[in-house]
Design a binder for this molecule. Structure first.
Ligand code: SF4
Ligand code: SF4
Length: 489
């Protein structure tokens, strides 16, 4: 028969594993289904609600990627901290669970834990409060999730998006993630202790909580096992109750204490709360709120339409809200930018699949979703002029990797087909602003080009024909005529 502590421990580990698996599943689902199919990881992070709080209170809206469900989770987490101290950290937070797993791996391999000198540890704790102030200041000022690129949880949630997206959007977050996990082999819960901004706000709120770990000095045998196991280096064995709100409510000390009922959760040291009851109460408050708000119809995690996903707080569609998981077709329709403009601007194949996600179109061509965002901004401002003046740093050469779309440069056999499909006006529309890439798309081979110009075709496909002509002392009009003649069937 399992005793109370073992049952509580199993229940706690089960809960943490369940939340971690659920959070991982939801994050992967978002990568597969895209922004309209499944909510992004920020929606389920209460800290996103805190970043959106100013916007919410001032304008009744949300910063991009945040939904009503995030605000509900924030409210529930605040209530949890006030009632049950840092139960969110000890029972729910999946990043805390990941660190706990690495801590246990370290223990399994008998890796000696680092004990930071108490004075240093005390000051290191302040780092997260400084971080919290900076993040909130910029989030509220800019109206965006400024912490996201540095957030190890956001990095974890985007692992399924692939290395490229992690590298481009979450490089620092990935470094923090690796440091938090690998570091936990020696320094348990190091991210919680020193850097987590959510932990900082919960520690502040937990000061209001009547719930603490208490120690019965009469039965304590002063073995100090609790001190040694505590992941935040709290000296429990010398005090009647754990006053510091750096305590993660993880229960490790309760689990290890050899004398039953010597360490326990309690309300102001007067009412003892069984560990299992503490866990059940945590789950009831947290998941019960989700259930109730779902039934009330106010729990909302994803966008009902692309238009909604693209809107900012003012109700305007904003290219900055374009996600790589939106399709080319959707983006084209929502911003009234013709598909053809994308094809010409990025030298996409004429038969590019409009139902493909932007990130899947972009990556094989060494592009980023950001390139599409910038182009749309430019197109909305300049119209067609944005199509013929590509951003110089954008390289549109396909990589050697097998692309999700057909290569931009047609093979000789494809040339005639594409040339036939391309309108006569397009075929002959060779001007000074025509790019080398467009010539390739029209079917011009490098050999033909060299035969006409006596110069190798430039590698830079964004180069304008007029710049090429002037750099090589060629008459633009003559060159234009020769190129048109060579392209005619
Ligand atoms: S005092 Fe106990 S419950 Fe709090 S962090 Fe340390 S081991 Fe966990
Ligand atoms: S583990 Fe229990 S008995 Fe040992 S010092 Fe801590 S409270 Fe006392």
């Amino acid at each position: 028969m399992l005793n109370e502590r073992t049952t509580s421990r199993i229940f706690q580990y089960g809960t943490r594993a369940f939340v971690l698996i659920l959070a991982t599943y939801l994050a992967v689902l978002h990568q597969i289904k895209g922004v309209l199919g499944a909510a992004n990881a920020h929606v389920y992070c209460p800290f996103g609600g805190l970043e959106s709080l100013y916007q919410f209170l001032a304008a009744g809206g949300y910063i991009p990627k945040i939904m009503p469900a995030t605000m509900i989770l924030l409210l529930v987490t605040v209530i949890l901290a006030i009632v049950l101290n840092r139960a969110f950290c000890g029972w729910i937070c999946p990043l805390g669970t990941l660190q706990m797993i690495f801590d246990r791996i370290g223990r399994f391999f008998r890796i000696k834990k680092i004990r930071v000198p108490d004075q240093v540890e005390k000051y290191l704790h302040y780092l997260k409060y400084v971080g919290l102030v900076i993040i909130l200041y910029f989030s509220w000022k800019i109206g965006d999730l400024v912490y996201s690129p540095y957030d190890p949880w956001a990095a974890y949630a985007h692992i399924a998006a692939g290395f490229e997206e992690l590298y481009v959007e979450f490089l620092i977050g990935s470094i923090f993630l690796l440091a938090a996990l690998i570091g936990s082999l020696w320094l348990p819960n190091n991210f919680c202790r020193y850097f987590c901004p959510m932990g900082a706000i919960l520690a502040i709120l937990a000061k209001l909580s009547p719930t603490r770990i208490h120690r019965n000095a009469d039965t304590c045998i002063n073995c100090k096992r609790c001190d040694r196991v505590c992941p935040v280096q709290i000296e429990i064995s010398t005090q009647p109750s754990v006053k510091t709100t750096e305590c993660l409510s993880c229960g490790d000390c309760v689990a290890i204490c050899p004398v039953e009922n010597t360490l326990f959760y309690s309300i102001r040291g007067k009412i003892r709360i069984k560990w299992l009851v503490y866990g059940v109460a945590t789950l009831v408050i947290f998941f019960g709120s989700v259930f109730v708000t779902q039934r009330l119809g106010i729990w909302k995690t994803s966008y009902s339409s692309a238009s909604e996903a693209l809107m900012d707080a003012s109700g305007e569609k904003n290219p900055a809200n374009i996600k790589g998981s939106l399709t080319l077709e959707v983006v084209s329709q929502e911003f009234n930018v013709p598909l053809d403009a994308f094809i010409r601007r990025f030298n996409l194949p004429v038969d590019v699949n409009p139902a493909a996600m932007l990130k899947d179109i972009a990556h094989p061509l060494n592009l980023e979703t950001e390139d599409f965002r910038l182009f749309i901004e430019e197109y909305l401002e300049k119209g067609e002029a944005a199509v013929v003046t590509p951003t110089p740093e954008i390289e549109t050469q396909p990589t050697t990797e097998q692309p999700a779309v057909e290569p931009a440069v047609p093979t000789p056999t494809e040339t005639s087909t594409i040339a036939e499909e391309t309108s006569a006006e397009q075929q002959l529309d060779i001007r000074g602003k025509t790019t080398i890439g467009e010539l390739l798309n029209y079917g011009m081979s490098k050999e033909q080009f060299k035969e006409i110009t006596r110069v190798d075709m430039p590698e830079d496909q964004a180069m304008l024909l007029k710049d090429f002509a002037s750099a090589n002392g060629l008459d633009m009009e003559t060159l234009k005529e020769q190129l048109i003649k060579a392209l005619q069937p």
